[in-house]
Design a protein around this ligand. Sequence first.
Ligand code: BTN
Length: 278
Amino acid sequence: MRPSDTWDLPTRHLGRRTIVFERLDSTNTYAAARADDPANDGLVVVAREQTAGRGQHGRTWQAPSGSSVLLSALLFPPPALRRPALLTAWAAVAVCDAIDALAGLDARIKWPNDVLVEGRKVCGILIEQRTVSSGQWAVGSGATDVGSLATAHCPLFIVCGIGLNLNQTADQFAVAGLEQAGSLGSLTGSRYSCDQATRLLIQLLDEQYGRLLQRDVRTLESTWKQRLGLLGEPVVAECADGDRHGRLKDVGWDGVQLETSRGLVRLVPEKVRHLRPY
Ligand code: BTN
């Protein structure tokens, strides 16, 4: 497999080295294979087509050539940022901002990191990480598979894979049995350039990551909260040890706060697998 192109983007932390493939099995697999060398911190891998794209929970991620942004970023976050909820929110918020900039659509995050527009999933994010304790790859999206905020689960490095649907039609989704999926094109009637959208998304990921490196986690927190869009609503927080029902009082790195019939309950974000309206 040889890249068809390389981009030297004017970014600071990610994408200064971006390698582009016409066709690749999976950008996540390719980036993960380069994680033994810390010099690859910030490497971004882009594919115009994937033959074995991977999704959450062992599923596949299919995208016809020219239909999507397909990228993976390899990062070695400093200890303060080795937190699944933070990294998951970072990727999801950057995608929402990219959708807004490209198509003027108001995107929402479905906990932990699906991105929806008008109730349709337009983007999937797969974060894979190697943890301090196990030395194994943990596949998932922070809250889904990591389970707790024990320091033993802090990622040493991550591969953040993003598939953003741009040009698929509603018919294509229906044929694939994905009636709840959407693309920016199916929602607006416009056509989008994959390369342009990919560059924009890398730039937004880079800007937000730069803020995190500067220890500004509050800017991300406030955008994340707004993009989740459930404040004040009755919700169910699905956790490994059972569901909690309540009104969502606040969401932040310090906790998901629910007003329940038994008083205020605070959950560590990494404990919450799904948070949905009730
Ligand atoms: C999901 O199932 O919602 C997550 C899908 C993630 C797909 C992206 S496409 C680019 C990157 N490479 C992969 O193999 N998967 C991710």
